[in-house]
Write a protein that binds this ligand. Structure first.
Ligand SMILES: Cc1ncc(COP(=O)(O)O)c(C=O)c1O
Length: 423
């Protein structure tokens, strides 16, 4: 006051202080915003202009929860007790149902309701796993191509994702190779998505055993995201990592699942994880501080759905096979693509023969041909020229038209003398 009150100076100081209080953590600064936003923004803008966009971008099935379960949920919601918190770990009946199905259907060895936590979706299950197990600076191996949210969550916890290249098509993942990677990168955790998003690859029982053995030898945790387990052309080809989990002190497996895909419940936000008993208490801290419990109504619907129609996802099997064959056949016939699609999930994973920048091409393809697919660049460094088409939520006529549009677009591109530079 001795120098007089200078409002502009007060404002500058206040702004600086606010700025420093709003500083974003270094870990978050390093996370790239979900790139899917740019694709969706363009799709919405084209649709707002009245353009029809065939959307094969979303990794969701065209399933709704079983009608009988929805009907029963209405009655259940009349009861006041259905509107309050559940136990933090989740409804006991739901955990029992999940444990029973892991054991009876997926060959889980050491399943018990006590080892299951019901979460707000599979991403939340992975988040609480990483919050509980990772230290800043830890390295986490993601089998490549990886699921982008896994990369983001690992970074959010201050750890560093390491992309683990798999052997080429037809070559088995060996224990020796995984062991070498764990040792080389000092991996604290290895994450696999089986069946894979984006490639649909289904790991063999031997490969899972090899990865598990290497993790166990080196003291690394194995996280198995199995959210697409019900979408496998030959269900016997799917091997859950739960088969290898034993309830002894050396158990190092966390299995993650979800109701989002199996029961068409992505908006309800309910998933689960199975963990070694000794981790339960620690994981429950992350569960409690982040959400207390998964949404109660969503848990009720999950339970009712499992009871009413445990095979709900299988109702899509034939339809999905037709969609898959239609796209594969047309892309193969064009001779324009390399296709590397596995037998699981509901994706076609492919690339044109020339190198391209898949993010730029996706936007250009959408603008010119009205077809929305996802760039391989979202799934790891080696995949810049690759694309993921999801037929989970696509009508067969739209797939026929969209595939034709893609063949036309890439055919015209291949005629161009100039090859787009790869970033
Ligand atoms: C491999 C994988 N894990 C997890 C999720 C997210 O599942 P949820 O909706 O249960 O969080 C997805 C969604 O696309 C996914 O593809």
């Amino acid at each position: 006051l001795a120098f007089g009150f200078q409002p502009w100076r007060a404002r500058v100081i206040a702004r600086r202080q606010t700025g420093s209080r709003m500083r974003v953590s270094e870990a978050f600064e390093k996370i790239r915003p979900a790139p899917v936003d740019s694709i969706n923004a363009m799709r919405l803008s084209l649709e707002a202009q009245g353009r029809k966009v065939l959307n094969f971008g979303q990794a969701i099935p065209d399933l709704s929860p079983p009608p009988a379960a929805l009907e029963a949920l209405r009655a259940r919601m009349e009861d006041r007790s259905a509107h309050v918190y559940t136990a933090d770990q989740g409804l006991p009946e739901l955990r029992e149902e999940l444990a029973r199905s892991l054991q009876a259907r997926f060959g889980g060895r050491a399943c018990g309701a006590g080892r299951i936590i019901v979460t707000a979706g599979a991403n939340h299950a992975f988040l609480i796993t990483c919050m509980t197990l990772l230290e800043p600076g830890d390295q986490v191996g993601l089998l490549s191509p990886y699921f982008l949210n896994h990369d983001m969550i690992v970074r959010a916890c201050g750890a560093t994702p390491v992309e683990l290249a798999l052997p080429g098509e037809g070559n088995e993942i060996t224990c020796k190779e995984v062991d070498r990677l764990i040792d080389r990168h000092r991996l604290r955790m290895v994450v696999m998505v089986n069946p894979s998003n984006p490639s649909g690859k289904v790991l063999s029982g031997q490969e899972i055993a090899n990865i598990h053995r290497a993790c166990r030898q080196r003291g690394a945790v194995l996280v198995a995201d199995e959210v697409y387990r019900m979408f496998v052309a030959a269900p016997q080809a799917f091997h859950s990592a739960a088969r290898l989990a034993e309830d002894d002190p050396s158990d190092n497996i966390i299995v993650i699942g979800s109701f989002s895909k199996e029961f068409g419940m992505s908006g309800w936000r309910v998933g689960w994880l199975q963990c070694p008993s000794r981790l339960l208490e620690q994981l429950m801290k992350a569960q409690d501080l982040s959400i207390i419990c998964a949404p109660h109504a969503a848990q009720e619907l999950a339970l009712l759905s499992m009871r009413a129609a445990p095979d709900h996802a299988l109702s899509k099997k034939e339809e999905y096979q037709s969609r898959r064959m239609l796209v594969l056949e047309r892309l193969q016939r064009s001779g324009l693509f390399q296709i590397n699609t596995g037998e699981g999930a509901f994706f076609i994973w492919f690339r044109p023969l020339k190198d391209v920048d898949s993010e730029t091409v996706c936007l250009d393809l959408m603008a010119r041909s009205g077809v929305c697919i996802m760039p391989g660049a979202f799934f790891g460094r080696p995949w810049r020229s690759w694309f993921r088409l999801s037929y989970g939520n696509a009508r067969i006529e739209d797939l026929a038209a969209g595939t034709e549009g893609m063949v036309g677009y890439f055919g015209a591109e291949s005629q161009r003398a100039e090859v787009r530079p790869t970033r």
